[in-house]
Design a binder for this molecule. Structure first.
Ligand SMILES: [Zn+2]
Length: 287
């Protein structure tokens, strides 16, 4: 049985790109009328402590219902902090994490390589000895992790089999400095998808490189390995991922204005997009 998920963060209202992502995930599991027999899950990724707005989760549910989707809701990330801490402790006790006190500016200044997510951490704190108290982030020792797992592959339903290349992203942060946001996106979603029984991780092409890390974490933590489906992105006139700051109305705005949500969903399914918006892979089309 196919189990997919839509996992928005309540940092701002949902827009057209989110609607497309939710519809893709929904239809892969259930088709339009539940005829595929799979499960479509909603997970609220609410651990960005500084930006998270709990009131938005209710709006998200109203948006999905307005689009004509049915879903099962699974626990929000804020209920799973214990599981994230446990996983981090396991990796730490196995010698795979090290503390880092560098600031973003220091990393940008010292970085020699740029990866898919920006400057690659140059390893400044690896092997340094300082008391890991106060505000430290914990980074994955990528070389050591890869030495233990050996080569890995993963399967994308659209792009085919991929060699896992987590080294492109370097020693990523798994436990963030900020006490209110203890787990990084990488650690949290890897644990969530396993806990929720997701078999087809459905998300945009912008997260394609992150999958290299997630595949590695699954191996290190002994978690099941799903298949991925990275869908194309809605792009604006400049070829950037459609974002709410570009002034496009949110789904909630459209809903309140009386627009027909099911008709909008059908337009998105059929590729009928508003003027100026195109569907593209995002990564290669960005300069
Ligand atoms: Zn550092």
């Amino acid at each position: 049985m196919i189990v997919t998920r839509f996992a928005p963060s309540p940092n701002g209202p949902l827009h057209l790109g989110h609607a497309f992502s939710a519809i893709v995930a929904h239809d892969l599991a259930q088709g339009r009328s539940g005829n595929r027999g799979g499960r479509f899950l909603l997970r609220i990724e609410d651990i960005d402590g500084t930006r998270s707005r709990p009131d938005l989760a209710g709006e998200f549910r109203a948006d999905l219902a307005w689009l004509g989707l049915e879903w099962e809701e699974v626990p929000a990330q804020s209920t799973r902090l214990g599981a994230y801490a446990e996983a981090a402790e396991r990796l730490r006790s196995e010698g795979l994490l090290y503390p880092c006190r560098c600031t973003r500016a220091e990393i940008a200044a010292a970085a020699i390589k740029t990866g898919p997510d920006g400057p690659v951490y140059p390893g400044t704190c690896r092997g340094a000895s300082f008391a890991a108290d106060g505000e430290v982030a914990w980074r994955l020792d990528m070389a050591e992790a890869l030495r233990r797992t050996g080569p890995l592959t993963w399967l994308d339903a659209r792009a085919g089999e991929q060699d896992a290349r987590p080294e492109l992203l370097g020693d990523v942060v798994l436990v963030r400095k900020e006490a209110e946001t203890p787990a990084s996106y990488h650690l949290a979603v890897t644990i969530d998808d396993a806990a929720d029984g997701v078999t087809l991780v459905t998300r945009g092409m912008d997260l394609f490189p992150a999958t290299h890390i997630h595949r590695l974490l699954q191996e290190l933590l002994g978690l099941p390995v799903p298949t991925w489906h990275h869908h194309p992105l809605l792009l604006d006139e400049t070829g950037d991922k459609l974002a709410k700051r570009r002034g496009s109305p949110s789904l909630a705005d459209r809903r309140r204005a009386g627009e027909e949500g099911c008709a909008l969903a059908d337009d998105l399914r059929a590729g009928r997009l508003p003027a100026g918006i195109t569907l593209g892979e995002g990564l290669s089309e960005r300069s």
